[in-house]
Design a protein. Structure first.
Length: 93
């Protein structure tokens, strides 16, 4: 199992980005969340098979998006996060 956090910067709030992220994460079998930050970024925490977490990162970074990603992503920062057994499903916060 792999767990990673991402901070996505750009025009990613108010455009359906969290919904899109949730949809892709569920397709990949991941659990976690996507939430808006006060500074305009979106924080994504994803947990599951390492190749699925890596694929979500690829989709977040992809430019141009081949999967209909809304908004405009300027940068994606990745960080390791501790596994959280309390996470179930993938939710928008």
């Amino acid at each position: 199992m792999s767990s990673a956090g991402f901070f996505v910067r750009g025009r990613v709030q108010g455009v359906g980005f969290r919904w899109w992220t949730r949809s892709r994460a569920l397709e990949l079998g991941l659990v976690g969340f996507a939430r808006n930050c006060d500074d305009g970024r979106v924080e994504v925490v994803a947990q599951g098979a390492p190749e699925a977490v890596d694929r979500l990162e690829e989709l977040l970074r992809e430019d141009p998006s081949t999967s209909g990603r809304p908004g405009r992503v300027e940068s994606v920062g990745r960080r390791d996060v501790d596994e959280r057994p309390d996470l179930q499903g993938f939710v928008e916060r």
